[in-house]
Design a protein around this ligand. Structure first.
Ligand code: 5GP
Length: 214
């Protein structure tokens, strides 16, 4: 019997899925693959004061804003969380997330450990956090260089910061080593599938059980 004939079984509380990693671990590609594979997920698009990289699209990769605009948004409570990373400001606009969750979508966040801590305080059990690790130190460095979108000194600075970001791995619910994107995607989708089945998220179950037992 399909969920269509059991409408209450289809009701589910949306979850907030966080992917964090040092830059160069493949998290952005992984996020894109996950979104393409699963239409029930909406991506949270952050606001940032950093300059757009080549190929980045306004409103799709980020909302690129000035420092003044960013501070205004923060002052007016427009962010669910915000943090400073590599001397730039990053923040998660609140309204689109709330709207997506209200529609029953899950929301994916590509944010750092500081943002994850703030979201955890606000969202509690609605948050599922995954830390993505590169398969080795050398591979992390190679991926950072291969990107070649940032100047050499920026790459070196990011490599130095990677250690700091990685030191927060134990604050996450899950850890996925990104050896190949296909493996990593499969692991993330498995986590998501299990988390969606959690009792507390299946809000239609009490009504369904009442009918079952009369
Ligand atoms: P990048 O500049 O490489 O796109 O991102 C740098 C770091 O900032 C990444 O670790 C990314 O996850 C993080 N980041 C991006 N958007 C946000 C955000 O809205 N909040 C927080 N806390 N971190 C973010």
């Amino acid at each position: 019997m399909s969920n269509n004939s059991l409408p209450e079984l289809g009701t589910r509380r949306g979850l907030m899925l966080v992917l964090s990693s040092p830059s160069g671990a493949g998290k952005t590609t992984l996020s894109r693959m996950l979104l393409a594979a699963d239409p029930a997920i909406a991506m949270s698009v952050s606001a940032t004061t950093r300059a757009p990289r080549k190929g980045e699209v306004e409103g799709q990769d980020y909302f690129f804003v000035s420092a003044n605009q960013f501070h205004d948004m923060a002052k007016h409570g427009a962010f669910l969380e915000h943090a400073t990373v590599f001397d730039n400001h990053y923040g998660t606009p609140k309204e689109p997330v709330m709207m997506a969750l209200a529609k029953g979508h899950d929301v994916l966040f590509d944010i750092d450990w500081q943002g994850t801590q703030q979201l955890r305080q606000q969202a509690g059990d609605d948050l599922v956090s995954i830390f993505v690790l590169p398969p080795s130190h050398d591979e992390l460095e190679r991926r950072l260089r291969a990107r070649a979108q940032d100047a050499d000194d920026v790459v070196a600075a990011r490599m130095a910061r990677a250690g700091n970001e990685i030191s927060h791995w134990a604050e996450y619910d899950y850890v996925v080593v990104n050896d190949t994107l296909e493996h990593a995607l499969e692991k993330v989708r498995t986590i998501l599938a299990a988390e969606r089945m959690k009792r507390g998220r299946q809000t239609g179950i009490p009504a369904f059980v009442s009918k079952l037992i009369g």
